[in-house]
Design a binder for this molecule. Structure first.
Ligand code: KMH
Ligand code: ZN
Length: 270
């Protein structure tokens, strides 16, 4: 039924000083998502910023952005509960109360560059249970093999409903490196009948996205994962990154999932 393309317009780290085209306000993020949708994305993975471009879990900013997106297109919303390294877990987890179709669930605390990404075991369990209660589908972000084991423990504790939906995140300093070998190792260890995509951070974004597609995964594109279109060339917004990923998939003779097909492919709760 096709490949699910996610647009991730803004992450937790970069600012406009790194790339002036990075969207940070609700309007800019909504416009970037709309452009991604026009290019073929059916899921929008969202982080938010305050007026000083700092990552925020502010529910008002999140709701306003979601409303602006809904005015523009019917793309499925996936909120990041990762939010940003400076935001306490207890603020991050509140975002699921807005009842997006999906939200990320990061199973483990880890180093993240020179910072710490705090995901305490009890908090992760509380968040997983709440997401199940609200019918918010978790996207399970695994940055190393041990994170896969941690997710399967949550599954054994009946905190996750099938089919499990994974993002294999490679290239974070603190997680596994963005190499072909690591991707294959992680893919081999995924449970049967799960849905997955590669999130390749930084300079190996393009080749690992291609590998993910070749191995049967979905794909994500956007300025959360890379600020460059190619070596030395900053991307002028999210549209070129999404367009390139869609072209890549089509060149591999894969079709692009529509919003309706994505709902089925990801088994999104009603
Ligand atoms: N940018 C990712 C590597 C999440 O969205 O839940 C980490 C992240 C997690 O932002
Ligand atoms: Zn994210």
């Amino acid at each position: 039924m096709g490949v699910v393309i996610t647009v991730a317009p803004t992450g937790p780290i970069a600012t406009k000083a790194d790339n002036e085209y990075l969207p940070t306000t609700p309007e800019e993020i909504a416009n970037a998502v709309h452009e991604g949708y026009q290019e073929g994305a059916s899921v929008a993975h969202l982080h938010f910023r305050d007026a000083e471009q700092r990552p925020t879990g502010d529910l008002g900013i999140a709701q306003r952005t979601m409303d602006l997106i809904a005015e523009r297109c019917p793309i499925h919303i996936q909120l990041s509960t990762g939010v940003g390294l400076s935001v306490p877990f207890e603020e991050r987890e509140r975002l699921v109360e807005l009842r997006p179709r999906m939200a990320t669930l990061n199973p483990c605390t880890m180093s993240f560059g020179m910072g710490e990404f705090r995901n305490p075991p009890l908090g992760v369990r509380r968040l997983a249970a709440r997401m199940r209660e609200l019918g918010v589908k978790p996207e399970l972000e695994v940055y190393d093999t041990g994170h896969l084991d941690a997710v399967m423990r949550l599954y054994d504790e009946d905190l996750l409903a099938e089919p499990l939906q994974f993002s294999i995140v490679l290239g974070v300093a603190g997680g596994a490196a963005a190499t072909a070998d690591n991707l294959v190792t992680m893919v081999k260890r995924l449970p049967q009948d799960c849905v997955w995509q590669i999130i390749a951070i930084g300079k190996n974004n393009l080749p690992l996205t291609a590998m993910g597609l070749a191995l049967g995964g979905n794909a994500r594109a956007g300025m959360e994962d890379t600020l460059f279109l190619r070596k030395g060339e900053l991307t002028q917004g999210n549209r070129p990154l999404v367009r390139r990923t869609v072209e890549l998939a089509k060149a591999m003779d894969l079709s692009i999932a529509s919003v309706d097909q994505t709902e089925q492919l990801l088994s999104l709760p009603r």
